[in-house]
Design a protein around this ligand. Structure first.
Ligand code: FES
Length: 280
């Protein structure tokens, strides 16, 4: 059993839990994920590690309550226990290399996942530019943490309530237009955001990695939910990724598939809300 040591409510839909898991914290690398099963009747689902502390033996997970399991996870309190917490899984991000200038782009909850990866890029000796975006100011995550590790830090909101009025690609596009030397772009966020980040960097031929953690379901290579065409080859995000060359990912096919289970998810969500009185 894995105890919840700390809990923060980051905004109305996003929570952060610090979980005691020393064996995972000891070997975890940025970009990897854990598999979670909250209780006997719960489903297994993957969440990318938002931070780890080897000394304290803790793993931090940050997640949006988008479905039944994440809502149940968000309802846990400090002192509660999680039945299964397995990992680390997935290939680590290639953060031990010096590329030159790395632009880390986080959108919505993706900013939590960007954080340990961006920090590792910085620690490896890269110049780090961070672009942190969300729909509105209240949904911007990891603002202080990201700003602290960045050489340059930008924020964008779709509604203009904070930072640049626009999208992460607005700032990224401007940096490219200014002729800034960028050696690598690393993006995590909603699939449409990653699609447009890859589009923005394609013409300038800037190597771009996207993390497809959000499309994983069982995280074991067996359910097939995370299938994605990369450079014409079929890959599994949970086994071959979760990071891929953004210029090779077939985003249109991916987005069409992601919409396939919207109805089933809504039914499960509604049932959970009904059983729990419509609230946590
Ligand atoms: S998440 Fe099920 S096969 Fe990858």
């Amino acid at each position: 059993m894995y105890e919840v040591l700390d809990k923060n409510i980051l905004n109305e839909i996003t929570k952060r839990l610090v979980v005691q898991a020393p064996e995972i914290a000891r070997v975890c690398k940025p970009g990897q994920f854990v598999m979670i099963r909250i209780n006997e009747t719960g489903e297994r689902f993957p969440l990318t590690v938002a931070d780890f502390d080897r000394k304290k033996g803790t793993i931090t997970i940050t997640f949006q309550e988008v479905g039944k399991s994440t809502r149940l996870l968000g309802s846990l309190s400090v002192g509660d226990k999680i039945l299964d917490f397995t990992g680390p899984l997935g290939k680590p991000s290639p953060t031990d290399k010096v590329y030159g200038t790395v632009v880390a782009v986080g959108g919505g909850c993706g900013s939590a996942i960007v954080y340990p990866v961006a920090r590792a890029f910085k620690e490896a000796g890269n110049k780090l530019i961070v672009i942190n975006g969300a729909r509105t100011m209240d949904l911007l995550l990891y603002r202080e943490e990201l700003e602290k590790i960045s050489d340059e830090f930008y924020e964008t909101t779709d509604d203009g309530t904070c930072g640049t009025h626009g999208f992460v690609t607005t700032v990224l596009g401007d940096l490219i237009k200014e002729g800034r030397k960028i050696d690598l772009v690393f993006a995590v966020g909603p699939v449409p955001m990653m699609k447009f980040v890859a589009k923005t960097t394609e013409e300038a031929k800037i190597h771009t990695l996207v993390s497809l953690n959000s499309i994983m379901v069982d995280g074991t290579g067996m359910c097939g939910a995370c299938r994605v065409s990369v450079g014409g080859e079929m890959k599994f995000a949970c086994v071959d990724g979760p990071e891929f060359d953004g210029h090779k990912v077939d985003f249109n096919e991916l987005m069409a598939r992601l919409n396939a289970y919207v109805d089933e998810e809504a039914v499960s969500n509604e049932k959970w809300a009904h059983e729990h009185g419509g609230a946590e």
